[in-house]
Design a protein around this ligand. Structure first.
Ligand SMILES: Nc1ncnc2c1ncn2[C@@H]1O[C@H](COP(=O)(O)OP(=O)(O)OP(=O)(O)O)[C@@H](O)[C@H]1O
Length: 278
């Protein structure tokens, strides 16, 4: 069953006076970012989005989230066009985005508070999700008293505590060290196996994209289209060791082959843009 449908979505930003960008070798003050994105995501699927830097992955996520309006085309969730942030959608950003003056528990409770959940329900759910992410005993700590990995666990626990139908994650582990990142990927998968919410996850890491996904969506350089959608036919539940298998290596080569030309094209555009700027 379809959960998210992105239909011919285009997005162009108008730049401020004096600002320019290079589009197809020409200087322009409008920046076409998304160039007709079509994508259908099934209920309970784990989708990862990869593409060159600046290709519009975050913009696409923002459009699905209802935070940015498409210039044309439509994103819909369960058949309803997304026009504003959807109550059944949760978002996790790269930066932990926790309230520094609230404890871990109060941070998770906040998401339930704004949805009007009664105090007892808030407490119970917040404790449940903190526990799920291995944060039992840390409920009363403030963000500044937690490591980056723990802060991101709180942010994900907060997002999941509302039991969203759609979880949008924009490079949530990019700021973490490699070991913590590996651990959090496994934890996220373990929890997702239980709740099977629909996830759209943006990453720069090919390994992360393959390890997590049912399907990897490769975007072209800006203005972005969907270049290729790769079905990741690796067994679940997945352990980190799966990355050492021949099957995983084959996917790694496949995704990189698909991305390589797009990364080169994006780099050429930057080089051209800085040449014009000088
Ligand atoms: N509000 C805005 N006004 C003008 N341009 C914007 C705006 N938001 C995004 N852009 C431009 O849109 C392009 C795509 O941005 P986006 O952040 O979606 O890329 P990305 O693929 O997520 O990049 P990265 O992988 O580096 O995070 C960038 O060139 C960015 O400068």
């Amino acid at each position: 069953m379809e959960r998210i449908v992105v239909n011919s979505v285009r997005k162009t930003f108008a730049l401020k006076p004096g600002q320019t960008v290079t589009v197809d070798g020409r200087v322009s003050n409008r920046i076409p970012v998304l160039d007709g994105i079509d994508l259908t995501i099934r209920k309970g699927e784990f989708i990862t989005l990869v593409g060159p830097s600046g290709s519009g992955k975050s913009v696409l996520l923002d459009i699905i989230a209802g935070l940015t309006e498409a210039s044309s085309g439509v994103a819909s969730i369960d058949g309803a066009e997304v026009r504003k942030p959807h109550s059944q959608t949760a978002y996790v950003f790269q930066q932990y985005a926790l309230f520094p003056w609230r404890t871990a528990l109060e941070n998770v409770e906040y998401a339930l508070e704004v949805r009007g959940a009664p105090a007892a329900v808030r407490r119970e759910k917040a404790l449940y999700f903190l526990n799920l992410f291995g944060l039992k005993g840390f409920e009363d700590r403030f963000p500044s008293q937690l490591s980056g990995g723990m802060q991101q666990r709180v942010a994900i626990a907060r997002a999941l505590s509302t039991e969203p139908q759609v979880l949008l994650m924009d490079e949530p582990f990019a700021a973490l060290d490699a070991q913590t990142r590996d651990i959090l990927q496994s934890e996220l998968l373990r929890i997702w196996e239980q709740i099977k919410t629909t996830v759209v996850f943006v990453t720069h890491s090919i390994d992360e994209a393959i390890f997590l996904a049912d399907r990897v969506v490769v975007m072209t350089a800006r203005p972005a289209k969907v270049k290729e959608i790769i079905d990741v036919d690796l067994p679940r539940p997945r352990e980190i060791d799966i990355r050492n298998t021949d099957a995983f290596n084959a996917y790694r080569a496949w995704v990189w082959n698909s991305l390589r030309d797009e990364v080169s094209k994006a780099q050429r555009d930057w080089a051209l843009a800085s040449a014009y700027a000088n």
